[in-house]
Design a protein around this ligand. Structure first.
Ligand code: PLP
Length: 406
């Protein structure tokens, strides 16, 4: 183990409780991670000392809150190594970031007969907005498939690229299969054809180091609550050249420069995309989460979670009748499985009664689940605060499920 696990777990108050008289095991980290005391304290500190609306006042508290909010933007720029601070747009999560791009990019760049490429492994948040935008604009959404290991058919993707392609939009890491997609290769190929690439980083940014300048993607989206920060926070990173060109997504206060009776001029980046009062308290928490992750080191986190993934894969593979979905060697710490023919909901409910939180169902990826021809999966997703002993308990719970259905 890379970290002092006791020390890390001491930072997460919620982990220290009994569920059904058993110590809680939290393996639903892909849905939302728990929050360290440092994040909770940052929110408390904000409300006890600094709370005020931002960007609008000349008085002390307003200036203080504004400065803290803009500092957070700088720290997030640094965390993902974006080139410019104004390329960081605060949103309420990956879903809003993705809707923003689909709506604004669609209006600006997509016309009748154009094509957008996505994949079968997308979360609904990176699928439905593009599907609906394409329907509205009479464009075609093309969908890249996967192989038996849950890896993208890269050649199929490359074959789809043509003079009508306007954008490639795909997940960095699959929330069901755990596959880490070869995004660098895809981006390089797309750029050879002058096609921008959007990455849905909702499952990427909390598990592996991400570097916008190294990846060279054109858009990157993520949610705070999946990276130890508060719910209702998120980020859209976009390259300046695109963000300058895109029309605003929402209209109202703060995103304007001047409003006249018959027209309006819009604010500069990033404010053009941040209409209304933002979630300042949440951003203070996000800032604390980024500081927490930076102190641990994203490479250390990736290595630690990889150890957990390897241990769990070996342990669960030893149980007869287990079926796994997503077996790529390039995987984040997510295991999706079925126990024989037992319905995932039945399995999930029994596992829950043993104090273990796993996810069951389609994981907001119905096209993928349909493609796999299954009713859903049980998903265990690990964080650096999880332990090998907890994985042993999951293995025991799976044996119990098997026994009950024998
Ligand atoms: N994209 C992926 C890959 C996800 O896993 C999720 C959430 O599970 C989302 C997008 C949507 O995130 P949010 O609901 O936080 O907006």
């Amino acid at each position: 183990m890379i970290f002092n696990i006791e020390q890390i777990r001491a930072d997460f108050p919620i982990l220290h409780q009994q569920i059904y008289k058993k110590p809680l095991v939290y393996f639903d980290n892909a849905a939302s991670t728990q929050k360290p005391r440092q994040v909770i304290d940052a929110i408390r500190q904000y409300y006890e000392h600094d709370n005020c609306n931002i960007h609008r006042g000349v008085h002390y508290l307003s200036v203080k809150a504004t400065e803290a909010y803009e500092e957070a933007r700088k720290e997030i720029r640094q965390f993902i190594n974006a080139r410019n601070t104004h390329e960081i747009i605060f949103t309420k999560g990956a879903t809003e970031s993705l809707n923003l791009v689909a709506s604004s990019f669609g209006k600006r760049y997509i016309a009748d007969g154009d094509e957008v490429i996505t994949t079968i492994m997308e979360h609904h948040s990176n699928f439905v907005p593009w599907q609906q935008m394409c329907l509205e604009r009479k464009a075609r959404l093309r969908i890249v498939g996967i192989d038996d290991q849950g890896e993208l058919n890269l050649q199929e993707l490359k074959n789809m690229v043509n003079e009508k392609t306007r954008l490639i939009t795909l997940t960095h890491v699959s929330n069901v299969l755990g596959t880490i997609n070869p995004v660098k290769e895809i981006i390089e190929y797309a750029h050879l054809h002058n096609i921008p690439v959007l990455l849905d980083g909702a499952q990427g940014v909390s598990h592996i180091p991400v570097d916008m300048q190294e990846l060279d993607c054109d858009f990157y989206c993520f949610s705070g609550h999946k990276m130890y920060a508060p719910m209702g926070t998120g980020v859209l990173y976009g390259k300046e050249k695109y963000l300058e060109e895109l029309p605003p997504y929402q209209l109202g206060g703060e995103m304007i420069k001047d409003v006249y009776l018959d027209h309006t001029t819009f604010n500069e980046l990033p404010f053009k995309f941040e209409a209304g009062t933002p979630n300042v308290e949440g951003v203070m928490g996000l800032r604390a989460a980024v500081a927490y992750l930076t102190a641990l080191g994203m490479s250390n986190i990736a290595a630690c979670e990889d150890d957990l993934l390897k241990y769990a894969t070996e342990k669960l593979s030893g149980i007869e009748g287990m079926k796994f979905f997503g077996t790529s060697p390039q995987k984040a710490s997510v295991i999706s499985f079925l126990i024989g023919d037992i319905h995932p909901y039945d399995a999930g409910m029994i596992i829950d009664k043993m104090g273990i939180a796993v996810r069951t169902g389609h994981h907001c990826a119905q096209p993928l689940i349909e493609f796999l021809g299954i009713p859903g999966t049980v998903r265990a997703s690990f964080s650096f605060y999880n332990t090998f002993e907890e994985i042993d308990r999951l293995a025991e719970a799976i044996l119990k499920v098997k026994q009950m259905f024998a």
